[in-house]
Design a protein around this ligand. Structure first.
Ligand SMILES: NC(=O)c1ccc[n+]([C@@H]2O[C@H](COP(=O)([O-])OP(=O)(O)OC[C@H]3O[C@@H](n4cnc5c(N)ncnc54)[C@H](O)[C@@H]3O)[C@@H](O)[C@H]2O)c1
Length: 345
């Protein structure tokens, strides 16, 4: 399998390493030569132990085109769809676009959908990796068994101070140096932590609650050093079947809390991302029985390994594309929620 990754930053490194773990051939492209140097000499060896010399690095413009099974777009959100439009012309079997799919004004979505229809054999996905984790698979199996009775509501939170992010990116002096500081570029709490909206939508789908038809939100906006972004975003959501629930995303919470809870009339289940030092934790209780806790050991690189394993199964036909929670259509729905709520006033 051959993968071409655009962007040698944080996600580019994760996807490259996960692909190498699969034994795939990896090409990485960046338009900034310093980013390519940083990948080879700093990020990759620091994160994964040593540089993998089989990974080929190219400056944008010099890269090979055509013949890739997968092309992954791992650049800032406001560049995704322009690069995806060019990438789909190469007809990979699968085109992965990082989350959030685009900017909240939905610029370029219509044009990309037209291109996607023209190249209908290309599977297009959006990189909401948490949904394909082992712990999430276990939560899904338990919900599907109906263990908790009728699920009454869903809560999801992705609350993470971005101090850790900036400590790991010392070449950035703060949010103002990156798309992260600008909600209009797909940064801020709304875009950066849209994993939470995506998980809520995922559960609603598993529970056959129908599509999200109503979304109301409040954003705590921050304007500092030229950056303008929401540091806290709170969403109330309603589905077609009139089920309601809540999503909270922020870039101010310490320690980190990435969590989901489904409350049923017979019990509850919770997912705690990195809830224990070894990895993810799920907790559940049925009626008055003793609460159960299960640990799913993982490290951060395993999240992306799970994602590429999912791609392997999509490409082998083991998982039909319409069953993938990473589908392009679901990624578009998330952006429509952000579009509606950011621009509501
Ligand atoms: N799924 C996840 O959990 C996860 C984790 C991290 C990042 N991401 C997503 O990945 C995307 C990138 O984030 P990041 O943290 O890796 O950013 P980053 O700034 O670390 O890296 C982005 C890289 O893209 C390069 N780039 C920009 N425009 C380009 C172009 N036109 N052609 C080639 N390269 C270009 C930049 O030079 C930079 O090196 C974002 O959408 C982010 O939300 C997702």
């Amino acid at each position: 399998m051959k993968i071409k990754i655009l962007g040698a930053g944080s996600i580019g490194n994760h996807l490259a390493q996960a692909s190498r773990r699969m034994g795939w051939s990896v090409v990485v492209i960046d338009n900034d030569p310093k980013a390519l140097e940083r990948m080879k000499n700093e990020i990759y060896p620091k994160r994964y132990g040593s540089w993998d010399a089989s990974i080929q690095l190219f400056r944008a413009g010099d890269e090979p085109k055509g013949g890739f099974d997968i092309i992954a777009i791992g650049t800032p959100p406001d560049t995704h769809l322009k690069l995806a439009l060019a990438a789909i012309e190469e007809e990979p079997k699968l085109l992965h676009i990082e989350k959030p799919l685009c900017t909240p004004d939905l610029a370029g979505v219509g044009e990309f959908i037209e291109a996607k229809e023209k190249h209908s054999r290309v599977m297009v996905t959006v990189g909401y990796d948490h949904v394909v984790s082992e712990a999430m698979e276990a939560v899904t199996d338990l919900i599907k068994k109906g263990l908790f009775g009728d699920i009454l509501t869903i809560d999801v939170e992705f609350r993470e101070h971005w101090r850790g992010f900036f400590a790991a990116h010392p070449w950035l002096s703060g949010p103002q140096d990156s798309y992260l500081g600008f909600w209009k570029r797909g940064g801020g709490a709304g875009g950066e932590h849209s994993h939470a909206l995506h998980l809520w939508q995922y559960f609603a789908n598993v529970l056959k609650w129908g599509p999200i038809v109503r979304a109301e939100a409040m954003f705590d906006m921050r304007n500092e050093k030229g950056a303008l972004h929401d540091q806290l975003a709170i969403f109330n959501l309603e589905t077609k079947k009139r089920k309601i629930g809540r999503v909270v995303q922020d870039v101010i919470t310490l320690p980190v809390r990435k969590w989901a809870r489904l409350q049923g009339d017979q019990g509850f289940i919770e997912w705690h991302c990195n809830g224990v030092p070894e990895g993810d934790l799920i907790r559940y209780q049925v009626k008055e029985s003793a609460p159960v806790e299960k640990i799913f050991p993982k490290k951060r690189p395993d999240d992306f390994y799970r994602e590429v394993l999912h791609y392997d199964k999509l490409l082998s036909g083991e998982i039909p594309p319409e069953n993938s929670p990473l589908s392009f259509e679901r990624g578009v729905e998330i952006m429509k929620i952000l579009n509606k709520t950011y621009f509501q006033d």
